[in-house]
Design a protein around this ligand. Structure first.
Ligand SMILES: *Cc1c(COP(=O)(O)O)cnc(C)c1O
Length: 388
């Protein structure tokens, strides 16, 4: 009874994991190079906030560093401290800025706060007055109404001769709110506002474009571009072909295949009624793994009118989710797959090469960003390194 070879039964065995995620670091590096190419004469940073969009800061950060990235953006200071280990001589910007009590971490780990408000700006000036100069960046709001100094205040500050000499921003940046919609006239408005900032802060590097902004063209690139989602293979521009390579593949294992009769219902609430005798694959993934319940399509209240949920990919075919997705389990209709071609223990691809991340996101009424950053902690992960 006690003689099991425990190695075989470790829950972290990728080959038998209920849910597994493969991250192709070669594709990530290729996407970084592609963003660099499309950024033209601008330098290209890598945005690695939220654990590198859910794919792992350590491995993704290292791969991006090895692909040549020397500027990184994280959201919060702790991410910067972690990244510092893997990107020893890179410039690491912290997008949420700094508040009292954190300043030591910025000095100690050489992190650059992106000052987000007049309050943060005043705080940082008092910090540098006391502890000596340390690089910072300034965020300017050009219409997002999220973080950043208001435009006119920023321009007044640029002209303020009483600004202490020991205070030296190395970058001014702003963020587009509608870059994913190239036809929006608001992009041009934001660019023109940012152009005024660039002129006011002459001699200091400038940055406006995230992934979507890179696709808008050279007049949006300024000195430094800041792609995130495109590096991870996601769609940056709405309703346009996505030229990036897929980086993440999520798969889940079939626990059981069962026959069910025409007229029977499937899963909680009995919301899905079978229109034919069917074979159902019960798959070990659910909303606790980030396979969102809203991917159930018509199986979820409020989405009664939306017929289709997500599709998975098994035995060379797309297979639909049917009925409600539950915490740990999802049911796919595999009736159209010949019986011999699909078995218990096989994996269903949830997204990856065959099922685009953003198609799945759309089925849930969300975006690829949210799917990736919702993956949770239960899956096993394997990295494919560029030289493999
Ligand atoms: C998240 C973020 C980015 C990266 O955006 P993507 O759309 O993922 O390329 C760039 N800049 C700022 C300020 C951000 O918050």
């Amino acid at each position: 009874m006690t003689d099991f070879d425990s190695d075989l039964f470790l829950p972290d065995d990728f080959d038998i994991a209920p849910v597994r995620l493969t991250v192709d670091l070669g594709a990530l590096a290729d996407n970084f190079r592609e963003m660099t190419r499309r950024s033209g004469s601008a330098r290209t940073a890598a945005v690695v906030k939220a654990d590198a969009y859910g794919l792992g800061l350590e491995d993704c950060g290292t791969a991006l560093y090895e692909a040549g990235a020397r500027d990184f953006f994280v959201a919060v200071v702790q991410e910067g401290v972690t990244l510092r280990t893997y990107a020893p001589d890179a410039r690491i910007y912290v997008l949420s800025g700094v508040w009292s009590g954190q300043e030591g971490l910025f000095y100690e780990h050489g992190l650059v706060p992106v000052l987000a408000s007049e309050e943060q700006l005043a705080f940082w000036m008092s910090v540098t007055a006391e502890h000596g100069d340390h690089p910072c960046a300034l965020q300017v709001d050009t219409g997002f109404n999220r973080l950043g100094l208001p435009l006119e205040e920023a321009i007044a500050f640029a002209d303020d001769v009483s600004r202490p000499a020991s205070f030296s921003p190395v970058l001014v940046l702003s963020h587009l709110h509608s870059g994913d919609t190239p036809s929006s006239p608001l992009n041009r408005q934001q660019r023109e506002s940012f152009q005024r900032i660039a002129e006011a802060f002459e001699g200091i590097e400038t940055s406006l474009a995230a992934s979507a902004g890179i696709f808008l063209g050279p007049e949006y690139h300024f000195d430094l571009t800041r792609p995130g989602i495109a590096l991870y293979g996601g769609e940056a521009v709405v309703a346009a072909p996505n030229p990036m390579k897929p980086v993440a593949k999520a798969e889940a294992r079939i626990i059981q295949i069962r026959d069910a009769k025409k007229g029977e219902t499937v899963s909680y609430g009995g919301t899905y009624q079978l229109a034919r005798d069917s074979r159902l694959a019960i798959v070990s993934v659910g909303y606790a793994d980030g396979y969102l319940r809203s991917l159930s399509g018509s199986g979820v209240p409020l989405r009664q009118t939306v017929k289709d949920g997500a599709f998975g990919f098994a035995a060379g075919r797309k297979v639909p989710v049917i009925g409600r997705i539950t915490m740990d389990l999802t049911i796919f209709d595999v009736t159209d797959i010949p019986e011999k071609e699909i078995r218990t223990g096989d994996y269903v691809e949830l997204f990856g090469e065959n099922i685009a991340l953003d198609d799945v996101a759309r089925a849930a009424g969300t975006i690829g960003y949210e799917l990736l950053t919702s993956l949770g902690l239960r899956h096993e992960r394997r990295y494919i390194y560029p030289d493999e």
